[in-house]
Design a protein around this ligand. Structure first.
Ligand SMILES: [Zn+2]
Length: 135
């Protein structure tokens, strides 16, 4: 069922004119969040890291700081102490993406983090823009 839907989406995508194709906006990955007891799990953490093209450890460090808790990466999952809503977790991931992944100039995720002196810059492979990373 889901596969059929995805196929339909692919088909719709293929039929789009080229101009829209190149204006593609980044589709934010959605965290699959479950609360188990006094812990919160992101079940698809590995996929989120892959989609954001960043190291899971870097995203984890950011999330732990933002959520002011402790936790660890277990295989494809991330586990946090405490209960957090799916909404909050996804908001933090979006914040991460805005800070460390998405080019503020063109909105594309084809970026790398480079270091110039003591400053970290977000360098865009699509438009060439460089932006200092705020935090
Ligand atoms: Zn750009």
């Amino acid at each position: 069922m889901e596969e059929d839907y995805l196929k339909l989406l692919d088909k719709a995508w293929e039929n789009l004119p080229e101009r829209i194709h190149t204006d593609e906006r980044f589709e934010m990955p959605t965290a699959d969040v479950v609360v188990a007891g006094n812990r919160t799990l992101i079940r698809n953490f590995g996929e989120i890291a892959t989609k954001l093209n960043r190291k899971p450890e870097h995203i984890m460090k950011f999330l732990l700081k933002e959520l002011a808790t402790s936790g660890e990466i277990i295989g494809n999952k991330a586990e946090f102490q405490g209960k957090f809503t799916m909404w909050l977790i996804n908001q933090k991931i979006e914040l991460y993406a805005r800070n460390y992944v998405i080019c503020p100039e063109c909105g594309k995720p084809d970026t790398t983090i480079i270091k110039e002196g003591r400053v970290h810059l977000l360098k865009c492979g699509a438009c060439g823009a460089r932006h200092p990373i705020k935090r």
